[in-house]
Design a protein around this ligand. Sequence first.
Ligand SMILES: [Zn+2]
Length: 169
Amino acid sequence: MDCEECRGLILTDFIDGELQKEKDVELHEHLSSCPECVKLSETARQTLVKPFREAPLLEPGDSLWNGITQRVEETARLRQQEAERIRQLEMQPQPSPKSLRRPHFIIICIFSLIITLAVIAGVYFWESHIVKTGNPAAHSGVASATSVASSTSVASDATIASFTPQPPK
Ligand SMILES: [Zn+2]
C-alpha cells in the first residue's frame, strides 16, 4: 500500500471505523513504516473523531417539545373534523334513482295527455264540420287530415284550416 491510498483510507473508512479487515492489516503495515501517515492518522483522530465522540448530548428545549405537541394536536383535531364532516355527509339521505326519474315520468304523462286531448279535439272538430257541409267526398280528406294531425301531434287551428276540404264548384 502506498501513501496516497493509505491517506485516502485514513480520511474515510478508517476514521469511520468501517475499514475491511484485509485493508486494515495493509494500512497498519504501512503505518508501521511511515511516520508521515501516522501523523495524518493522529491528526484526523484528534480533529475529526474525538470532538464528536466527546461532545455533550444536547437535550431539546421545552419550546421545541411544546411546538411539536401543538402541531400534533392541531393535525389530530383537523383530521377528526374532516372525519366528522365525511360521516355527516354519508348520513344525509341520498336521492334514490327512482325519485330522480319521477319528474320525467310526470312530464311524459302530461305531454301524452295534451297530445291525446289535441287529437280528440281535432277529430271532434272534423266530424262536426262534415255534418255541417254534408259532403261525402270530404271524408277522405278528413281521414288524412286527422291522421296527419295525430301523427304530428299538432292540432292547431291553422293546421286544421289548411286541410279543410273545399266543396266542388
Ligand atoms: Zn505513508
